[in-house]
Design a protein around this ligand. Structure first.
Ligand SMILES: NCc1[nH]cc(CCC(=O)O)c1CC(=O)O
Length: 318
């Protein structure tokens, strides 16, 4: 076998080293190897800036793509062929030459209520301490339960659970999908409905990024793409992109596929839950992107522009 043909049979995945990132990379590796007998998939573990700055609330750290930049550099420098991401963490823009080419079938998109003492949000007594560092979760919680005390909670899923178990919080909110992937599904006391906690853009879906001119890799990835998930996430991301929403703003954007239609719901709120704008659209899946854009424009006109202006100090989108 020549060197070239050997290299053709190896595909390298750039991945973060958190247990969740490694699970997702292994999942993609297994699916690729199952679809392509003879292909060997290797993991290329790396550290991102987001992994280093773990005690600052994410919204304060700023900078989009904290968890993906180093992975993208590895793709551009041909040290890896693909990067596997939680779609929730993937920024709107890609570096020249890279793109998201595959979105795998979505797992449970909901947020999870996790507690050792209480079975639901409703059971939490006034003054209970709830941990989350997501402004989206904070905003929705505070709007429904202004009597709760919401405290920042960072770190990977295991760290967050141990802070709950230490008694630092009465309850915490995490993604159901992350817990399930780590074999911790039994920690979910209740999965919160989209009415209670509208999920984040792309939550529960795994996406794959690669060099756009790498036709060989793109062909290998093709069978992993899940068309329905891809359309749902496209609508959610179009909404978010039109809002120019970074992680400093509480934004929820969630699309379902109902009776052959896309049903997209979205919200923009103030971090303290004092104001919230909601909207929804139903339409043809072929128009997913347009649905997202027009819903974003409706939200902007209904008060989201003012909320965003507050957060960004006047630099809100038109
Ligand atoms: N922000 C971290 C992150 N990115 C993706 C997931 C969960 C898995 C997913 O949504 O695909 C999590 C953990 C969490 O929010 O609890």
């Amino acid at each position: 076998m020549t060197v070239t043909s050997m290299l053709d049979n190896v595909l390298r995945i750039a991945t973060r080293q958190s247990p969740l990132a490694l699970w997702q990379a292994h999942y993609v590796k297994e699916r690729l190897e199952a679809n392509h007998p003879g292909l060997t998939v290797e993991l290329v573990p790396m550290v991102t800036r987001g992994d280093v700055i773990l005690d600052t609330p994410l919204a304060k750290v700023g900078g989009k793509g904290l968890f993906v930049k180093e992975l993208e550099l590895a793709l551009l420098e041909n040290r890896a062929d693909i990067a596997v991401h939680s779609m929730k963490d993937v920024p709107v823009d890609f570096p020249e030459g890279l793109g998201l080419v595959t979105i795998c079938e979505r797992d449970d998109p909901r947020d999870a209520f996790v507690s050792n003492r209480y079975n639901s949000l409703d059971e939490l007594p006034a003054g209970s301490i709830v941990g989350t560092s997501s402004l989206r979760r904070q905003c929705q919680l505070a709007a429904q339960r202004p009597d709760l005390v919401i405290r920042s909670l960072r770190g990977n899923v295991g760290t967050r659970l141990s802070k709950l178990d230490n008694g630092e919080y009465d309850a915490i909110i995490l993604a159901v999908a992350g817990l399930k992937r780590l074999g911790l599904g039994e920690r979910v006391r209740v999965a919160l409905s989209p009415e209670t906690s509208l999920p984040a853009v792309g939550q529960g879906a795994v996406g794959i990024e690669c060099r756009l001119d790498d036709a060989h890799t793109r062909a290998l990835l093709q069978p992993l793409n899940h068309a329905e998930t891809a359309v749902r996430v496209k609508a959610e991301r179009a909404m978010n992109t039109r809002l120019e929403g970074g992680c400093q703003v509480p934004i929820g954007s969630y699309a379902e596929w109902v009776d052959g239609e896309i049903w997209l719901r979205a919200l923009v709120g103030a971090p303290d839950g004092s104001t919230m704008v909601r909207g929804e659209r139903r339409g043809n899946p072929a128009d997913a992107e347009q649905l997202g854009i027009s819903l974003a424009e409706e939200l902007l006109n209904n008060g989201a522009r003012a909320i965003l202006a507050d957060v960004y100090n006047g630099e809100a989108p038109e």
